[in-house]
Design a protein. Sequence first.
Length: 193
Amino acid sequence: MLLPWLERHYLFVLSILMVLLALCWARVRLLRSLPRLKWLILSVVLVYGWTVPGRYLWLTWFSPTDTGLLLGLEQVARLLIVTSSLQILLTQMTRSEIFTSIYLFLTPLQYINRMQTRFALRFALTLEKAEELLAERRSFNVLVSLLLQSSSQNEAEFTYEYLPLSQSQRFIFAVQCILLLLTISIGVSGFWN
């Protein structure tokens, strides 16, 4: 939640720390996901480096700016922090814990035609299927053909169990919700001022 407001040096230190932690606790997942981000990382650096005004690094018409490259590296650091922390979470949590956390996060949707349960189930199933597809390393054409196949051929059964929270977990969840609302409030007030 604090990533948008961290100063550059704290952001770079935190990104290095998170990547090292992910290498310790979720090495296989991180090393499998980082190569898939290479084009996103490259495009972020290119877009920021060549579109943000600043001092040109060399004197040609196709030169990046120093400000643009620094802003691009900041975005890459944020992306690495999010990716590393997500890989750690997905390694440490069971399928039921992931479902429960999504379900609790979507509590405000319970008043809209049971959307909380439906969305949590769909999100958990999407995560499950994405994990299978990432592990198999299929080509793009094969993935497209799988999407076009009838869904009745690929039926599988998944069981998700709702795990009720303890008192301490409820307290931590409430604190996280308050911090999230505070972050949104700070961001909106900073944006409008």
